[in-house]
Design a protein around this ligand. Structure first.
Ligand code: FAD
Length: 402
């Protein structure tokens, strides 16, 4: 423990990552200061509706983290007073058989997907059309079947983020809102403070964890060498909300193998449609969605779940920004210039589901000083090293042949 003016760990960002990390660290006995520019859950981890917590369809490199996260969502739902808004409903990834597609071709992909998800800790099986319809009767009867993952579910992201911040605070974390970081102050290879917009410098005497998502590049970029700059950009996924006209019930988190579609039923019955069909690129704070994204998303949803044809449109929301990596998985690392600083972002529209898995390893890293091997696939070096090594190998071969 540090003296009362300083903390063992300073965290920047009060989304699901910063808040759950603050909770884990205070639970482990560390003193923590969390600095949030706005309010807790004012970024990607806030806003209306629910987030999908699924293994179905995830990048293979993420599957072990997803399985761990799913276990921890359930555990914290049960152990934290008031829960963390997690509902394990099971997930179905609907499969359609388009014209000209042969059954064995789809079955190969489905069986391979179910096999790898199961092997990585998220049990998954194929449901035939009749089994899928028995579980989810509102589905179109024209579907081919579904990939079913019983451990998939949904979470109230705003609630969970606030719950973790509240629990961390109960354990002694200092949570400062309205504290926008503009610069990392450093000396001799260590961050020594973070400068806020009003000029105050919050001291860093231990470690610094940067979890500020779309707000991060402003203060992180000056610390990164040319080779550490990463191929990421900001996106604002578009969410739609429609009524549930006949009081129908959806039993699962629903996705689609061939369509960019996610369908969730919120606790009040409202239906939420998303899935990343389209998004607004944002560099300057623009927040508008697009009509084309809405129409594609609606028609995909109606083809999958025909009763939605009778729904009324409620609203669309594209106001929350997430960071996206060109290869679709997060970037977690430390700036080469700073020994006591780690960062994580580029969650690519699915950082909520996997957060509690990553938070465990980030906590281990901060507690032990050793980067856990489980985080290695997410290193920023993956963009550079393999290409460099390949070029070096070819150059060597050529020089040997010459
Ligand atoms: C509309 C939408 C739908 C999504 N759907 C899903 C889904 O179904 N399933 C899923 O798993 N994931 C989903 N995601 C992704 C997921 O919500 C995000 O990946 C996750 O919430 C990111 O958490 P975070 O804590 O890194 O970021 P954020 O929640 O953005 O938190 C970062 C915080 O840092 C603060 N900050 C920024 N700059 C500064 C600064 N300079 N100083 C201090 N604080 C700063 C911000 O104010 C913000 O509160 C979705 C994202 C969006 C936007």
């Amino acid at each position: 423990m540090n003296s009362h003016n300083t903390s063992d760990v300073v965290i920047v960002g009060g989304g699901i990552y910063g808040s759950s990390l603050a909770y884990e660290l205070t639970k482990a006995g560390k003193s923590v200061t969390l600095l949030e520019a706005g309010e807790i859950a004012c970024g990607a981890s806030g806003g209306p509706g629910e987030r999908g917590v699924r293994a179905n369809g995830r990048d293979v490199r993420e599957l072990p983290i997803v399985a761990l996260a799913q276990e921890r969502w359930l555990q914290y739902q049960q152990s934290i007073e008031g829960g963390v808004g997690y509902r394990r409903k099971g997930g179905m990834w609907i499969v359609s058989k388009g014209f000209g597609v042969r059954e064995h071709e789809i079955m190969g992909a489905i069986e391979a997907r179910a096999m790898i998800q199961t092997a990585m800790g998220s049990p998954t099986e194929f449901l035939s059309r009749s089994d899928a319809l028995a579980r989810e009767p509102e589905l179109s009867s024209s579907i081919f079947g579904a990939v079913y993952s019983p451990n998939d579910g949904v979470g109230d992201h705003s609630f969970a983020t606030r719950q973790f911040a509240k629990e961390a605070q109960k354990l002694g974390a200092k949570i400062r809102t309205g504290a926008k970081v503009v610069e990392i102050v450093h000396k001799n290879g260590d961050a020594t403070g973070v400068k806020l917009e009003d000029g105050e410098v919050v001291p860093v005497t231990g470690q610094l964890a940067l979890m500020a998502n779309a707000g991060m590049l402003g203060f992180l970029k000056p610390l990164l060498g040319q080779e550490e700059r990463m191929p990421i950009y900001n996106l604002m996924p578009q969410m739609m909300y429609v009524t549930n006209p006949d009081g129908r019930k959806l039993n699962h988190l629903l996705g689609h193998m061939q369509r960019p579609l996610a369908i969730k039923q919120l606790p009040d019955g409202t239906i939420m449609l998303s899935g990343g069909v389209s998004v607004a690129y944002d560099q300057d704070g623009g927040t508008s969605g697009t009509l084309s994204a809405m129409s594609i998303n609606l028609s995909d949803a109606i083809q999958t779940m025909p009763f939605l044809e009778r729904s009324a449109f409620i609203k669309t929301d594209a106001t929350r920004t997430d960071t996206v990596s060109i290869d679709g998985i997060p970037i977690i690392g430390k700036p080469g210039a700073l020994n006591n600083t780690i960062y994580g972002y580029a969650w690519t529209g699915h950082g909520y589901a996997i957060s509690l898995g990553f938070t465990k390893y980030l906590t281990d890293w901060l507690l032990s000083g050793e980067k856990p091997a489980e985080l290695e696939p997410f290193s920023p070096r993956r963009f550079i090293d393999p290409a460099r090594q390949a070029i070096a190998a070819v150059t060597e071969q050529r020089s040997l042949a010459a």
